[in-house]
Ligand binder design. Structure first.
Ligand code: DX5
Ligand code: ZN
Length: 220
């Protein structure tokens, strides 16, 4: 099942409720929430108070992408604040088995994130504990970056790893997704598409989501 997860990183924060409603009208089914700490990545964004407000403003599930050091210390708080999905970078967490278990215990879906240059081997053992894997197709830290095309091959290999193990893990992809590459990413095996610039960087976010959904269904 194809799902578009607009990233509010590119939204107008003075009109956040309105912008999210527009994305939902266009067919978005998840809201992607980028948390950056200025330590794991060289940028600082939003955190728990904004998440609490957002959770009251939308019925869509909120997908918190934690680009922070020591995610295990904070992950449960993001579930308590209203996230139904919480993902943690394998590069940031030497105890990811424990962190994923703590997210699930609180009642949310737990995801592992891999940076573009991180090998899938680094998360092979952890795969069985995750509900989804987020493959980064840019280096995390900023919206509006260029899609790194070789990450599609990684999505293909990950899809095979999941199938070989008989798992039902979903694959999400994040960074530089637009109408020109979404069909390739879907063909590679991704199901959840994060899109910042190509939704909230557009004059009509509802039309932009509709365009991504239509483009995802094109044959490649
Ligand atoms: C990047 C973030 C992304 C970002 C995507 O570090 O994790 O979610 O908002 O933005 P675009 O779609 O503009 O690449
Ligand atoms: Zn993200």
């Amino acid at each position: 099942m194809i799902e578009i997860a607009p990233s509010i990183l590119s939204a107008d924060f003075t009109r956040l409720g309105e912008q999210i409603a527009a994305a939902e009208r266009g067919g978005a089914t998840i809201i992607h929430f980028d948390v950056m700490d200025g330590h794991f990545v060289p940028n600082i964004t939003i955190g728990l108070p904004v998440l609490r407000s957002l959770a009251r403003a939308t019925r869509l599930p909120i997908d918190a992408h934690l680009m922070i050091s020591e995610p295990g210390v904070y992950a449960e708080q993001f579930v308590e604040a209203g996230a139904q999905m919480v993902s943690v970078h394998i590069e940031a967490d030497p105890h990811i088995h424990r962190t994923l278990a703590s997210i699930k215990k609180k009642g949310a879906k737990a995801g592992i994130v891999v940076n573009p240059a991180t090998s899938l081997g680094a998360m092979e053992e952890a795969l069985q504990y995750a509900d989804y894997v987020l493959v980064m197709s840019v280096n995390p830290g900023f919206g509006g970056q260029k899609f790194i095309a070789p990450t599609l091959e990684k999505v293909r290999r990950l899809r095979r790893m999941i199938e070989e193990r008989g798992l039902s893990t979903r694959i999400e992809i994040d960074g530089g997704i637009d109408p020109d590459n979404i069909a390739d990413a879907a063909a590679a095996g991704a199901e959840i598409f994060v899109a910042g610039t190509s939704v909230f960087g557009q004059p009509d976010p509802a039309a932009a989501v509709r365009g991504l959904l239509a483009a995802s269904a094109q044959l490649v």
